[in-house]
Design a protein around this ligand. Sequence first.
Ligand code: GCW
Length: 649
Amino acid sequence: MGFSKLWLDYRKLADSRRRVIISCDRTLYDSAAFEELKNAMTTMVPDAIVIWKSEVFDDDSYLILLTLHPELSHEEYDIAASMDITEICGGSETGLLYGVFAYLRQTALAGGFCSFTAHGKPSQPLRMLNHWDEADGDIERGYSGQSFFFVNGDLEINERTLMYARLMASIGINGVVINNVNVRRRAKLLLTDEFSDRLADLGELFGKYGIKLFICPDFAAPKTIGGMDTADPLNKEVVNWWESTCAHLFEKVGNLGGFLVKADSEGEPGPMAYGRTHADGANMLARAVKPYGGIVIWRCFVYNCTQDWRDKNTDRACASYENFIGLDGQFDDNVYLQAKNGPVDFQIREPVHPLFGAMNNTNLIIEFQLAQEYTGQQKHVCWLIPMFREIMEHHTRHDLPDDRVSRIVCGVAAVANTGDSYCWTGSELAAANLYGYGRLLFDEKLSCTEIAEEWAELTFGDDDKVISAVKEILLDSKQAYEDYTVPLGIGWMCHPNDHYGPSPWGYEFDRWGTYNRADRDAVGVDRSAKGTGYSLQYAPSWAEIYGDTDKCPDELLLFFHRVPYTHILHSGKTVIQHIYDTHFEGYAKAEHFAELWKSLEGRIDDSIYQNGCERFAEQLRCAREWRDIINCFFHRLSGIDDEQGRVIY
Ligand code: GCW
């Protein structure tokens, strides 16, 4: 299948008759920065002669100088652009590449050469994408087709892989995990020579674009591929096995960054089977990769997934913190703990994970989910960047010089939303999540409006009507989704397993620790000190707020409390009336988005337009189901009518 160039589809500039000279040291001729600039200029200024390392320089020429500057850090750049001459400096080839992308973006947005200065340095040191691709080509929770990394059981490196590396570098991604955290079947062989040559080639390609390659190993590999009868991390032979496996792997795969590990979670093997701790497991692997500069990213998504719904004391939300807090300070310096943004599982609304700010002697990474598993599966438009930004800016209220999540973590990861579909993300609008994610991590000062505008213009061109419609859809979409789906932070009212569409009791009597406890009198889970005690995992002032029904923010009320339907929110509405109102409003917003999209017919590429129309039709069908089923569910349980007398089935 072919593929779109997304936001890197360079267009012709207004100023198109000049000679463009790119001047740089000969050693940079092979760099991605030089190649990108040269190719982009050839498209953007099609009638001009693009030459490099030329002695010729006349008044009509536009000169771009690429230089490395030792005073800039590795990923940093400086740009000084004028109408005749532009200088782009980077701290390394990667910094230079980021500078080139920034320059091209600015030039594309301006529609021509212009004068500006810019300085860039990433806000977050580790900016990662986690692909949940299987070696057989499927993608767990993938809504954009099959894997483009794994094709016919092998690692594929082709034009699409190159485009992928360019797209990722253009938004500043510097680490990519190519396989699923659940390590199944053939993926276990990623540690062996079955894949090492291809991994080496992929690593080399990524390296050129400033991206480290990561894989997810099977923690039980000493057994599953090593033929041993244990994977106990403290067993000497197991340690030796990992050491020699890593020595070989890192020697072959030059640009390997290390491992991402899901252990003792949802059936994945881990150290606990041997009575060892997460620190024992993570440190053992970390020591095996350390000689090669590798790191181990160890996930905190650990909970009891065989819970009994009758048991009201066990709380899945508590589990991650309980499993890890006692281990603070015990992890080696090349171990990074990766916790999801919330304590449970990528629901549309959760409080911020309580480990952030509480575990200050450990490297932490926050994990988001771009793949829209619980947020409409790329059929619904749900632009997540406002939510990510809010979480990154959240004050944990721990006693720290800067208590915001963004200053506590040393990296960010997101489950990727890509696949082999033409537009990479199934829906064109879902690509805005990928774009916005990278941009936000690189420059945390960017506002959501700026990011939405940039993406819309780079994707659709400079038609004001298109930009303003797309911007409006993106900016309001997350709130609309939250409104017509799951109220007040309760979560989990979706169909079991596939997680699409409403099913208010779909998870109520299951083993996953995902309950709403709704009955005729009340709804919600009591996670206050009187309940499961989850609220106490926060810094004291948040514990006080979350633990009190009168202080808890409305949007999280049912996450933290079980309250009667007549409970009055801060908004002045009762819980039940809030549920009805938001469900009607959310659906109305979805209808408005579909109308806005329809108004773009003829102004954007027809296949993108049609793809959007199909998806909006499905969003509306599904949003209507959400609205009517959730409203009906609570109406039947509570017996309380809508104050406005709207139809509740
Ligand atoms: O939300 C759950 C998903 C699983 C996933 C798991 C995880 C990769 O439903 O599909 O497994 O999270 O994050 O490990």
